[in-house]
Design a protein around this ligand. Sequence first.
Ligand SMILES: Nc1nc2c(c(=O)[nH]1)N[C@H]1C(S)=C(S)[C@@H](COP(=O)(O)O)O[C@H]1N2
Ligand SMILES: [Mo]
Length: 163
Amino acid sequence: MKKLLTLVCLLAGLWLPALAQTAGVAIGGDVAKPFQITAATFAQLKQVTVKVKAKDGREHEYTGVALYDILTKAEAVPNNQLKGKSLTKYILVSAADGYQVVLALPEVDPAYTEQTIILANKQDGDDLAANLGPYRLMVPGDKKQARSAMRVISIDVLTAKKP
Ligand SMILES: Nc1nc2c(c(=O)[nH]1)N[C@H]1C(S)=C(S)[C@@H](COP(=O)(O)O)O[C@H]1N2
Ligand SMILES: [Mo]
């Protein structure tokens, strides 16, 4: 019995830190430098604020990091020059509840667009509530906020292929 308890404690000890590590956003897919967004890596990136109208018609301020800066850190596009073959890449954003949305790379690249799509961790200056965050995608240019995925757990850059 004591042996079993020791084993359980040992396994929990190995498993819990791994769980803590996954509490964040995994940036991966076809990128040169996959990384994990944590409070620490997030704070190192430039913070920006965007205004977005919610479903209820009210405007809110969301603060976080431009998705472009996150993808640049992950080296999603060679030399950061979005052209040629890289234009067949897309971004798959996945949430804790299984919700998923897709963005095209030009939608996040300032060379192509005026809008700034962000991964937010704050709404009107406060940390996002547990049902929305800790990280939420915000797509200010969309009239409907269906792509503003709440509780984001991973962002993958993938390559579209003709079937
Ligand atoms: N994870 C997750 N994010 C989600 C959804 C969802 O079901 N799961 N619904 C989307 C839809 S359909 C809408 S309209 C907006 C609503 O957000 P709002 O109330 O802040 O406008 O969240 C979007 N983000
Ligand atoms: Mo919606």
